[in-house]
Design a protein around this ligand. Structure first.
Ligand code: URA
Length: 268
């Protein structure tokens, strides 16, 4: 006698467990041990070489951001350098410099756009409504703020949450690039089109970029980088959450396959 549950019973079991979306055509056993981890070859990113560093030179010339950011040897020094930096007009209207949250020993770095009102008031990224959704997105990938490191392209809130101008973003970019160097991640998740544009130098919309592996050049290595939808966008477009969930599953697979939850001893 075959003891396997009928497909209908299996579906009913999933529905009881709260599953309400089909996200792919092929079934995936997510409880199976990752196959052949030691020989796992990196995902072949559907990547072009991107003009990642091309955007940050002209507009930062004269602000002193580049040398100041480069001179920081630790995250604490970088934060102090940002707090001493006056080359970004947004700082004048902001209450706080919003630096980072999460675990600096993590190998997984999330990069958002810019602080909103709650973040500006408290001085920590992603603590408002979008932040609460980000926490749920992290949980969907088996993560939390102790397992990842979180920052933004901009460290100061743009008035009325408007999109940062190219000059404002360019003034902060040397700090972000140094931030990435100091955290030295093995995986970067870009939240939204603005982060993707400024970090990777791409111009496509997020619906085109999301779910595709890109590569961020960090010294002599390339860091797998996944753009996905910004939680604030998902609050406005909840029907796109299923796409974000797919991205998060790909991110989770990558984390498992590369053992990215193993912490480093050395934190800069
Ligand atoms: N949106 C962002 O991109 N970053 C924050 O810190 C908060 C909202």
């Amino acid at each position: 006698m075959d003891n396997a549950p009928s497909p209908l019973a299996a579906l009913a079991w999933l529905a009881d467990a709260g599953v309400c979306e089909a996200t792919g055509e092929t079934p995936v056993d997510r409880f199976a041990a990752p196959a052949a981890v030691p020989n796992f070859s990196p995902p072949k990113p559907a990547t072009r070489m991107l003009p990642q560093a091309a955007g940050d030179k002209p507009a930062t010339a004269g602000t002193g951001a580049g040398p100041l950011a480069k001179s920081a040897r630790t995250l604490a020094e970088l934060k102090a350098a940002l707090e001493a930096f006056d080359g970004c007009a947004l700082k004048r209207t902001a209450q706080n410099t919003v630096f980072a949250d999460g675990n600096p020993a993590s190998r997984i770095m999330f990069i958002g756009e810019a602080p909103g009102a709650d973040e500006d008031r408290i001085g920590t990224p992603f603590v408002g409504r979008a932040g609460r959704l980000l926490d749920k997105m992290l949980a969907a990938a088996g993560l939390d703020r102790d397992k990842v490191y979180i920052t933004n392209v901009l460290n100061w809130r743009p008035p009325a949450n408007r999109e940062p101008s190219p000059d404002e973003a360019a003034a902060c970019l040397p700090f972000l690039r140094r931030h990435i160097e100091l955290v030295d991640p093995n995986l970067i998740v870009l939240l939204g089109a603005v982060a993707s544009r400024h970090v990777m130098g791409v111009s496509e919309g997020i619906m085109k970029l999301r779910g595709r592996w890109l590569e961020y050049r960090l010294g002599d290595r390339m860091v797998p980088t996944m753009p996905t939808m910004h939680p604030a966008y998902l609050l406005r477009q909840p029907s796109h959450k299923k796409l974000a969930w797919r991205d998060l599953l790909a991110i989770q697979d990558h984390i498992i396959n590369y053992r990215l939850l193993e912490r480093r001893d050395q934190v800069r």
